[in-house]
Design a protein around this ligand. Structure first.
Ligand code: ZN
Length: 184
């Protein structure tokens, strides 16, 4: 099977791929979360702005807030609803996840240890995944879950993942932090 120049060009690294690389190496992130996050970083999720460009939709109002056009920057996390979810998750994990360029923040920020960075990657990926699922449920069911439900689902995924990874944490303060978030 031959590969056209256009197809080959899509396989080459882009700025988004470079941003995504450290996350793609974080094998603690659930595969389904990593996949949605990969699509999000490359702005490939089928948000309404893309569907309108494809002539599939006419309206582009966000399913979560209903007041602004839906695109990737809006959903992650400039939307009022996403902001509330992000604030709840930030309070829970004791890290202030920025509303804009959150993946770049995770890639570039300094954390106490690699282990803490990987766990915050799990948290951010879970938040992106659950917001996307919430948005999809809202689109189909025409009703919106409370932000606390999104927080609960993020916590459930993260705690389950931390426990199944059987992380060996050497830093005492990071271990205390993990104990705290897993017990809340
Ligand atoms: Zn919105």
């Amino acid at each position: 099977m031959s590969v056209t120049l256009l197809e080959w060009g899509r396989l080459l690294p882009t700025a988004d791929n470079v941003t995504w690389y450290p996350w793609s190496q974080n094998n603690w992130i659930l595969p389904k979360h990593r996949f949605i996050g990969w699509l999000m970083v490359q702005q490939r999720l089928l948000t309404q702005d893309r569907l309108i460009r494809m002539n599939i939709l006419q309206s582009n109002l966000c399913f979560l807030c209903g007041v602004a056009p839906e695109d990737h920057p809006h959903l992650f996390f400039l939307c009022q609803y996403s902001q509330i979810c992000c604030d709840l998750v930030s309070t829970w994990c004791r890290f202030s996840i920025p509303l804009k360029d959150s993946v770049e923040w995770w890639v570039n920020a300094r954390f106490r240890s690699l282990c803490q960075k990987k766990i915050l990657g799990i948290i951010l990926a879970a938040l992106i995944y659950q917001l996307w699922m919430c948005r999809n449920r809202s689109r189909v069911e025409l009703s919106l879950s409370r932000p606390e439900v999104v927080l609960y689902l993020v916590q459930k995924d993260v705690v389950m993942r931390i426990q199944s990874c059987n992380c060996k944490i050497k830093n005492v303060m990071v271990q205390q932090w993990v104990n705290t978030i897993c017990s809340n």
